[in-house]
Design a protein around this ligand. Structure first.
Ligand SMILES: Cc1cc2nc3c(=O)[nH]c(=O)nc-3n(C[C@H](O)[C@H](O)[C@H](O)COP(=O)(O)O)c2cc1C
Length: 378
């Protein structure tokens, strides 16, 4: 019997979701105090070890990850728990989203458990700001753990000033980043998703590239998209990403789809916020976007797949649709601290069974299976 899911999770689900998250984050932060406390944390990992194997290694834009699982943006917005998350089996952490100046985010409560494993959040980029994140990340210098920086803009920055806002964070956190994720897809900052359009996105990426050139050279850059985009709009993002020499696309952020929200009760239908986690339709939307990007640009862009991954099966689904690496957020809570080890060992078991020697061999093999119907478009 899975004690965590049967006994502990139902209790946790009754607590305030954001407070619980912050408590776990604090504990992870404390665990980094010494090698003894990190060892203690490792006792909660799958089989009490950091599961890895050379066959799980993936390389994205020249950055090596020892397995395909990265902690997605939103779990460690402040950059305080990177080593702990790595210890539990993740290959890296995407810190953020980080904005230039500190901001509190939207009023609380702003994170809800709709059903076990499904979360609706309306955080709105609560962030201590880039200076505080830089101070936090100082601790991980030389650790060798890949750190992505998810970059956003403060709520009060107008769309016309967005390129400078993104570039400012990129400049400040340049030294700490293994890669940058340009987040233009969070549903909780008014107008942000409009930045996915060709012109504003092109302007942001141009300025980010220029800033990196001045700072010492290009690092891998990904743009993170919404699952609610039409395929036509995804096509535009692909074009801008290729034109600006990006490494790839992160697909996808949370969904605003009211029909999916309403599955958890009609009162959620028009509530603001993005839904994530173990919802079949949401997972499928994200996977369809991955398959589309792979079919259109698989040789030119790398895809990081995210959205509803909770076990080896859902992870393999994303890889076979076209993702070279994966991110997990909501399932860290709903599956527990063993999630990374379980997924990695499950992927490896599959590879052994099928005689596959590297993840790259199966990236995109099912991309032709997914349709292009706009049945989820709002
Ligand atoms: C509480 C919470 C906060 C999030 N914050 C961010 C964020 O700051 N930036 C971002 O790009 N995505 C954010 N996300 C979206 C996740 O990175 C991810 O794209 C989405 O949750 C789907 O993955 P999942 O089903 O594994 O959670 C957040 C998600 C959750 C649940």
């Amino acid at each position: 019997m899975n004690i965590y899911k049967k006994i502990i999770l139902p209790i946790l689900d009754k607590l305030d979701s954001e407070s619980l998250h912050n408590l776990v984050l604090d504990l992870f932060h404390l665990a980094e105090f010494s090698s003894a406390t990190l060892w203690l944390l490792k006792q909660f990992a799958y089989k009490r070890k950091r599961f890895t194997d050379r066959r799980l290694r993936v390389i994205l834009g020249g950055v090596e990850f020892d397995n395909p699982l990265i902690v997605g943006a939103g779990w460690d917005k402040f950059g305080r728990a990177v080593k702990s998350l790595w210890q539990l089996g993740f290959a890296g952490v995407e810190v953020g989203t980080v904005v230039a100046n500190p901001q509190p985010g939207n009023p609380k409560p702003r994170q809800f458990v709709l059903s076990s494993g499904v979360i609706l959040n309306w955080l709105g980029f609560n962030s201590p700001g880039m200076e505080a994140v830089a101070r936090n990340l100082e601790r991980y210098r030389g650790s060798g753990i890949p750190i992505g920086i998810s970059v956003g803009k403060n709520r009060d920055v107008e769309a016309k000033d967005a390129p400078l806002a993104y570039a400012t964070v990129v400049r400040r956190l340049y030294d700490f980043a293994s890669y940058f994720a340009i987040n233009v897809s969070s549903p909780n900052t008014p107008g942000l998703r409009g930045l996915q359009d060709k012109k504003p996105l092109g302007e942001i990426l141009h300025m980010v590239n220029k800033t990196m050139d001045e700072a010492g050279g290009r690092k891998p850059v990904f743009v993170k998209i919404s699952p609610d985009l039409s395929f036509g709009a995804v096509e535009d993002v692909i074009e801008v990403a290729i034109d600006n020499g990006l490494t790839g696309i992160i697909a996808t952020n949370t969904t605003e789809n009211p029909y999916i929200k309403a599955k958890y009760g009609d009162r959620w239908r028009n509530v603001q916020g993005g839904l994530s986690g173990d919802d079949e339709d949401f997972r499928r939307m994200a996977t369809e976007k991955i398959a589309y990007i792979y079919r259109r640009a698989g040789s030119l862009l790398k895809i990081i797949g995210v959205g509803g991954i909770k076990d080896a099966e859902t992870a393999l689904e994303k890889i076979k649709a076209g993702a070279s690496a994966l991110q997990v957020v909501t399932a860290i809570r709903s599956e527990g601290l063993t999630v990374a080890g379980k997924i990695n060992s499950g992927i490896l078991e599959y590879m052994e069974r099928e005689g596959i020697d590297s993840i790259e061999e199966i990236v995109g093999v099912d991309s032709g299976k997914y349709g292009q119907k706009e049945h989820y478009v709002l």
